[in-house]
Design a protein around this ligand. Structure first.
Ligand code: FAD
Ligand code: NAI
Length: 475
């Protein structure tokens, strides 16, 4: 195997493995180094996303949603379920199988695209514009030479001071995806994306879930109207979200964790939980890279400092994904990975930060792209809004899921779509139409004039676009 490469990617998550595949497609002799180990010590490429993030969380969200439907939802359809049981071991086993299928899929894609894979930790030894020496410390130690380096080393869960993750009682995302017995009482610190998704999984499976959030508003980054609706729906399901709390001492006992906190009124409480998930954001991972050894610059928050094109301060060294500024999302990492490979090839890599969709996979799902109403107000932009409730959508009624709405925000003068916000069934899929429309700088009138299949949830999107001009047909 050649030890000299045109492109070496450090990190095999969605940012890294996709960058490696694209670089290989473009004709570069490419290597990808990833250190993630499966339970047998073998390679498990795919990063946080595949191993302890997007994929396993969605597998458990799906399984727990089936369970909840069988428990509460089927009766309405005239389906009577008797003797319903939960085999958590099997559910977790299925999740692990889904993860492994994705790991194996990436190894297959590396082979197919002739990407050389190195299992181990990659770190800079030395280098300059003429090439970089990268040490791979795995089962064996070796050194490879790279003309271009793409760093895609991802992020790690942030712990609360004094409450380090033990993954038994105090859990990061890793432990939260592998609880072997449904906890009676589950505490969650942080009502962000992970808190709401993992809180939903364990609530559906029978846990009493208490979410403790520092901010006084629920999902502050989400459009206010959508966030309020989501809060109402999630609270109705039994997810107890406490806003404006201040976390005090956290003590892990033998079998439980106690959390001292004050509520929004300043009253003191102690929560006793069988397990505690701490999901208060993530920190960039540059551990073991030897960034300082080669003078690779980090910013004041520990991210690798990059420009708009993902270029670092070192010649021919690039960085993408969670380890650089911007939203910590798998698809953002992938887009940056592709763009960097294309820039190395002298092409014009393209990432439009204005049209990166967000999805929270609760039930109903919450999805959005572009500006929120509160952002437009703050920016002094004149806008028109149109909303359409799923209650008035035939397909949603047939599904038996009429919660939520689609909301369009369009420029008051030009009618260009500025933001689309959805809380409702299959919002994760519906949002793609809005992303495409915004990428092409469409107007709400464009969507309103497009024929949408009937009956489909996407008709709610068309109707919300019609509602911008106050001419929704079914509401
Ligand atoms: P990572 O996926 O973190 O991959 C980095 C890889 O680099 C890892 O395999 C790591 O072991 C390896 N590595 C690090 N340092 C070295 C080194 N020195 N040498 C070799 N290898 C190294 N995003 C979404 O878009 N949708 C979702 O539904 C979603 N769900 C999530 C659910 C959870 C519970 C979590 C925690 C995250 C979720 N995310 C989701 C976020 C998503 O996982 C990240 O944005 C994404 O994984 C970032 O990709 P990345 O390639 O930058 O880094
Ligand atoms: P987050 O940033 O989404 O939410 C963290 C929450 O914790 C915030 O609401 C914050 O106000 C709160 N918080 C911070 N410090 C606190 C404290 N001391 N006490 C109480 N609350 C506190 O981060 P999260 O949920 O950890 O997820 C990390 C990232 O992973 C997300 O931002 C997202 O980028 C990614 N992710 C994406 C998913 C998706 O796309 N569906 C799913 C899960 C994660």
């Amino acid at each position: 195997m050649s030890k000299n490469f045109d492109v070496v990617v450090i990190g095999g998550g969605p940012g890294g493995y996709i960058a490696a595949i694209r670089a290989a497609q473009l004709g570069f002799n490419t290597a990808c180094i990833d250190e993630w180990k499966n339970e047998k010590g073998g390679p498990a490429p795919g990063g946080t996303c595949t191993n302890v993030g997007c994929i396993p969380s969605k597998a458990l969200l799906q399984s727990s949603e089936h369970y909840e439907h069988a428990n509460h939802g089927f009766a309405e359809h005239g389906i009577e379920v008797k003797g319903l049981g939960l085999n958590l071991e099997k559910m977790l086993g299925r999740k692990n199988t889904v993860v492994k299928q994705n790991n194996d899929g990436i190894l297959y894609l590396f082979k197919k695209n002739k990407v050389s894979f190195f299992h181990g930790r990659g770190s800079f030894v030395k280098g300059d514009a003429n090439g970089y020496e990268i040490k791979v410390a795995g089962a064996a130690e070796e050194t490879i030479i790279a003309k271009h380096v793409i760093v895609a080393t991802g992020s790690n869960a942030r712990a609360l001071p004094g409450a380090e993750f033990d993954e038994k009682l105090i859990l990061s995302n890793t432990g939260a995806l592998a609880i072997s017995e449904v906890p009676k009482k589950l505490g969650v610190i942080g009502a962000g994306v992970i808190g709401l998704e993992m809180g939903s999984v364990w609530r559906r499976l029978g846990a009493e879930v208490t979410v403790l959030e520092a901010l006084p508003t629920f999902l502050g980054a989400v459009d206010e109207q959508i966030a309020k609706e989501a809060q109402k729906l999630l609270t109705k399901q039994g997810l107890a979200v406490n806003l404006g709390v201040k976390i005090g001492t956290i003590k892990a006992g033998k079998n439980s964790v106690s959390v001292e906190y004050t509520d929004a009124k300043g009253e003191a409480h102690t929560g006793e939980f069988d397990k505690l998930i701490v999901s208060i954001g993530r920190t960039p991972n540059t551990i073991g890279l030897n960034a300082e050894g080669v003078g690779l610059k980090l910013d004041e928050r520990g991210f690798i400092a990059v420009d708009g094109d993902c270029k670092t301060n070192l010649p021919n060294v690039w960085a993408v994904g969670d380890v650089v500024r911007g939203p910590m999302l798998a698809h953002k990492a992938e887009e940056e990975g592709v763009a960097v490979a294309e820039r190395i090839a002298g092409q014009h890599g393209h990432v439009n930060f204005n049209t990166i969709p967000w999805v929270i996979y609760t039930s109903p799902e919450i999805a959005w792209v572009g500006k929120t109403e509160q952002q437009l107000k703050a920016d002094g932009v004149q806008y028109k809004a149109g909303t359409f409730p799923f209650l008035a959508n035939g397909r949603a009624r047939a599904l038996g899921d009429t919660s939520g709405m689609v909301k369009f925000l369009a420029d008051a003068k030009t009618d260009e779509i500025l933001g689309v916000h959805i809380v409702g069934p299959m919002a994760s899929e519906l949002i793609s139409e809005a992303v495409v429309a915004m990428e092409f700088r469409a107007s709400s009138e464009d969507i309103a004039r497009i024929c949408h299949a009937h009956p489909s949830l996407s008709e709610a999107t068309k109707e919300a676009a019609l509602a911008v001009d106050k001419r929704a047909l079914n509401f």
